[in-house]
Design a protein around this ligand. Structure first.
Ligand SMILES: Cc1cc2nc3c(=O)[nH]c(=O)nc-3n(C[C@H](O)[C@H](O)[C@H](O)COP(=O)(O)OP(=O)(O)OC[C@H]3O[C@@H](n4cnc5c(N)ncnc54)[C@H](O)[C@@H]3O)c2cc1C
Ligand code: SF4
Length: 499
């Protein structure tokens, strides 16, 4: 027996969790396949190594353009809820400049055939914000109030972040191990679980999708289902009227390439763009070592930010305050004042002063110069290569954070290397098939009934934390699929059919 659904959604993170939940709530039968495990709040605890092992992907690296340059570590969750289960839940709407970059990059048009703009996304942003209970975090602790004067000293202002955490947040600091109270609103506890209980959502964790099944349909290729490895390692198939791939910007290109989309499309311009234009929103933590205790490990990690330099013309970066990594991440990522990795006695001395650290997080606007590709062994690989403007923003953001911390009285300022937690853009959405992989509704230009519903569709890297936008785009996609303009949802029923 092969099962049949209205929709199969692959990946349960910011994008996939919302598409699957909303389609199920609209009465569609949905199969949600997730490679990682299903952990609830009761399973989460402040045990960094265990969480890294159980609910995160092993750290991947973007390879450098030259051997003397460092690789860029890439972080993401691997569990039901995806990266929303382990992220810090800051919710920021895109800036007007972000939307104009989307049109410039891929000719993305909105409802009225005009360049895509805020009006096209606003109803979905509002809907997601309401569901997640987005609220301002004004409950700043010592680690934030201590750095605030440093911002003021250089003429900048800190503001509370908006966040998808509810008032049950105990400020325990363990967001990245999964929230133990459900105060942190992942897609698991807002979209997926309610749809499993009340709607038509079938959730299967521990199921890794190998490929999308693509067949000839009335002269055009069309997606008909997926092939996946079940929890026991057995190969299974499921069929559906539409397939939504939402495995994240690092994994989605590989899923589509291994499904043969490029070959089936005869190497069309859109299929050649699969995996191109990967953006990183490259980040760095800059640790300030203070005389007094900060205890930045026992707070809600990111409660404030400064948007003064957000637009390209103003510098092209965001600064968030203030946090400290958990001990393993802290000790393995820290560099000295010269930017060289710390180790030995010097590292021991700084680590002993862990409770005195308050760090700023910088994230820079990038121009999507990275690539995802599949090597001859079938493995996903990644590369980066900053252009001059990206490098200038990285340097300026580090310099600014250093000045802020010194002005706030930090005795030492120690950065990490560049990392990425906000990958985007590897299957660009656009109205121009020469410059995009999926159309303005998220459907493949090459394969009918095949949609992409995650961070990969963002045409140009956002200047803000991306998850709210990814969820809003996913909500928009669910509305589009459900409206069924193309008449894809033929069966409309949850049923089993013989293979
Ligand atoms: C430490 C950290 C902190 C962050 N903090 C914030 C923040 O405060 N605010 C913000 O806006 N953003 C934040 N982000 C980023 C944000 O969480 C991500 O941008 C967002 O979750 C990406 O959504 P996605 O749907 O593209 O992918 P994900 O949320 O990563 O979901 C993809 C899912 O697909 C699954 N998957 C992968 N391959 C397969 C396969 N073959 N078969 C089945 N399933 C598969 C994965 O296991 C995963 O569950 C943070 C990220 C990190 C790492
Ligand atoms: S700090 Fe708040 S949101 Fe984060 S894990 Fe603790 S209770 Fe949950």
């Amino acid at each position: 027996m092969t099962e049949r659904f209205d929709a199969i959604v692959v990946g349960s993170g910011a994008g996939g969790g919302v598409v699957a939940g909303e389609l199920a709530e609209r009465g569609r039968s949905v199969l949600l396949l997730e490679a990682g495990p299903h952990h609830s709040a009761a399973d989460h605890m402040r045990w960094e190594a265990r969480a890294n092992h159980e609910i995160w992907f092993p750290v991947a690296f973007a390879e450098p353009p030259a051997p003397d340059q460092p690789p860029v570590p890439l972080f993401r969750g691997r569990c039901v809820g995806g990266t929303t289960t382990v992220n810090t839940k800051v919710a920021v709407r895109p800036d007007a400049e972000d939307y104009s970059k989307w049109y410039a990059a891929a000719g993305l048009l909105g409802r009225d055939g005009e360049p895509f703009a805020e009006d096209d996304l606003l109803p979905y942003l509002e809907r997601v914000e309401q569901r997640l209970g987005v609220r301002p975090r004004t409950d700043w602790q010592r680690c934030v109030t201590a750095v605030e004067p440093g911002f003021e000293a250089i003429g900048a202002k800190l503001a509370p972040v908006m966040s998808y955490t509810d008032p049950n947040c105990m400020r325990c600091g363990s967001c990245m191990q999964g929230c133990p109270t459900n105060a942190g609103k992942s897609t698991l506890n807002t979209y997926i679980q309610p749809a499993v209980v009340f709607g038509g959502l079938e959730l299967r964790a521990g199921c890794e999708v190998r490929r999308v099944l693509i067949e000839d349909g009335a002269g055009r290729p069309q997606a008909t289902g997926v092939e996946y490895l079940g929890p026991g390692g057995d190969l299974q198939q499921a069929l559906a009227d539409v397939v939504v791939v939402a495995t994240g910007a690092l994994a989605t290109p590989g899923v589509l390439l291994r499904s043969g989309v490029r070959e089936i499309a005869g190497g069309s311009p859109s299929s050649r763009l699969l995996g191109r234009n990967l953006g990183f929103h490259a980040a760095r933590l800059i640790a300030g070592l203070f005389d007094e205790r900060m205890d930045a490990h026992m707070v809600y990690p990111i409660s404030s930010h400064c948007k003064q330099w957000q637009r390209d013309a103003d510098g092209g970066f965001l600064v968030e305050a203030a946090t400290v990594q958990d001990p393993i991440g802290f000790a393995t990522g820290l560099c000295d004042e010269q930017g060289l990795p710390m180790w030995g006695q010097a590292l021991v001395e700084v680590t002993r002063r862990y409770r005195h650290i308050s760090s700023l997080l910088t994230m820079v606007n990038d121009e999507n110069t990275g690539v995802v590709w599949v090597d001859e062994d079938g493995r996903d690989r990644y590369s980066y290569g900053w252009n001059e403007r990206e490098q200038q923003r990285l340097d300026a953001s580090l310099d600014t954070a250093r000045r802020i911390l010194e002005a706030a009285g930090a005795k030492r300022v120690l950065p990490t290397g560049v990392v990425s937690t906000h990958v985007q853009g590897s299957c660009r959405m656009g109205s121009d098939p020469e410059r995009s992989v999926v159309d303005a509704n998220g459907e493949s230009h090459d394969v009918m009934r095949l949609f992409v519903g995650d961070s990969s569709v963002i045409p140009r890297t956002l200047s803000v934390n991306p998850s709210l936008t990814i969820m809003a785009l996913a909500s928009r996609l669910a509305a589009h699929i459900d409206a069924d303009e193309r008449g894809y949802l033929g069966t409309g029923a949850r049923m089993l059919t013989p293979a």
